[in-house]
Design a protein around this ligand. Structure first.
Ligand code: NAD
Length: 418
């Protein structure tokens, strides 16, 4: 992964690229390129040995034209203001791309959670929730899980918020455990939309996904679920990786067995059915039908993009290609299906969770999966409509055109105050 690219600048370039195909005034586009507000704060946490440590934490509320801010909370040493702002902007256009009534937000703490005990993590999370309390709420800003956070952290945030507000408000956060108001199907939702977009992409291009070879970079929540569901479609998972490196078997691997191995040992490396180990770079440039980057942003830069041999990239991670890499691939035969559609399953089922919390009514997993499939396939049709009619260079720009049009329309309908 290259650290030279500022993800916030990548986001702004993507908006400019799409703006060229939109009938919008420069001032309207300018507004869509910057967050409405960013909270940046210190969290002082007592460690188990009695000492204290200070952590930087952020929450960016990018745009609320279409509804409450919505987006995850990430725990990672690389979290900073530029990353959080970029991720919050991508959430705006992701929610608009799939037509759910949210704006975009994102937050994070600069921390390596592996360095903390569970009780230290709980104190850190509750300290963040306390800082966030004035800014969040079911109608204001609704956080969710992201890298290195999950149900446990969401439950702590919900409990802190509800205790301080003296209320019950499960819709203040999504990605909760089922007994704390979570939705069936939420954990699998991001991987499921990656599978659905891959399926639609192969179908659109007239190729057979059940014959496809697949490489997956990153074997966490999004990557491992996508792998298992693609495996179910008959595709061959020939290579997967995590931060420890990549494994390969040209005959395909059982995605669920790889996941069990990772759960047991903490890494995909050493999985017994793999025939060889390779580097993450080798994996990203493998000659496969489908490449799924499912780790972090900027995984593929301009140099690596020139070596990509996959036919289709479906972006499970947010922003895995730098803008220069995107340009290289737009001029090549590689079809890139963008993050704001491919990984939108997570926020879509978060939306279902929020609807269920407000209704105080629990949906079956079948209902969740059926509604998700409807939303993702309709968004794919919207993407194809613009791709075929607007002379755009790639599927990413087409999806941004769909999304920005929707945000612009609601901003215009609201009018200008003052
Ligand atoms: P996760 O923490 O569960 O998994 C991340 C995986 O990436 C881990 O296996 C880790 O070892 C691996 N990884 C980290 N650095 C790597 C590197 N340099 N090379 C190869 N592997 C590396 O996170 P996740 O929830 O699966 O999220 C992954 C991506 O998907 C992120 O970009 C996230 O923003 C995006 N995303 C996740 C969701 C969701 O609901 N989980 C929703 C939308 C987008």
């Amino acid at each position: 992964m290259t650290n030279e690219v500022n993800p916030f600048e990548s986001l702004q370039e993507q908006i400019d690229d799409a703006a060229a195909f939109l009938d919008a005034r420069p001032d309207e586009i300018e507004r869509l390129k910057y967050p409405e507000r960013v909270l940046e704060t210190n969290l002082t946490v007592e460690l188990d040995d009695g000492s204290t440590e200070v952590f930087r934490a952020y929450r960016s509320q990018f745009n609320g034209d279409r509804g409450p801010y919505k987006g995850g909370i990430r725990y990672h040493p690389g979290v900073d203001s530029a990353e959080v702002k970029a991720l919050s902007g991508w959430m705006v256009y992701k929610c608009a791309a799939v037509g759910i009534p949210y704006g975009g937000g994102k937050g994070g703490i600069a921390v390596n959670p592996n360095d903390l005990s569970e009780s230290e993590l709980e104190r850190l999370t509750r300290a963040f929730a306390t800082e966030l309390r004035p800014f969040i709420g079911a109608d204001r800003d609704i956080p969710a899980p992201d890298v290195n956070t999950g149900q446990r952290e969401m439950n702590w945030i919900k409990d802190t918020y509800e205790t301080l507000e003296n209320t019950t408000e499960p819709g203040v956060i999504t990605g909760k455990a089922i007994e704390s108001g979570g939705s069936a199907g939420r954990v699998e939702a991001t991987g499921r939309s990656v599978m659905l977009v891959s399926r639609e992409a192969f179908d659109y291009l007239g190729w057979d996904i059940s014959e496809a070879t697949v490489a997956i970079q990153g074997y966490g929540n999004a990557g491992s679920v996508a792998a298992a569901l693609l495996d179910d479609l008959g595709a061959n998972i020939v290579a997967v990786s995590d931060s420890s490196g990549a494994i390969h078997n040209p005959d395909g691997m059982d995605a669920s067995a790889v996941k069990d191995h990772k759960l047991e040992t903490g890494t995909v490396s050493g999985y017994e059915e793999a025939t060889e180990s390779m580097t993450n770079e080798d994996l990203l440039t493998m000659d496969v039908d489908l490449l799924v980057p499912a780790a972090l942003e900027n995984a593929i830069d301009e140099r690596l993009a020139r070596e990509v041999s996959a036919d289709i990239i479906v972006e499970a991670a947010n922003g895995p290609l730098t803008p220069n890499a995107d340009e290289v691939l737009a001029d090549s035969d590689v079809h890139v299906f963008p993050d704001i559609l491919a990984n939108a399953g997570g926020v879509t089922v978060s939306y279902f969770e929020w609807v269920q919390n407000r209704q105080r009514f629990h949906w079956t997993e079948q209902r969740v999966n059926d509604e998700l499939e409807r939303i993702i396939t309709e968004a794919f049709e919207d993407l194809v409509d613009v791709y075929e009619s607007a002379d755009v260079p790639n599927f990413r720009t087409a999806m941004y055109v769909v999304a920005i049009r929707r945000v612009l329309q609601s901003a215009r309908e609201s009018g200008v105050w003052a």
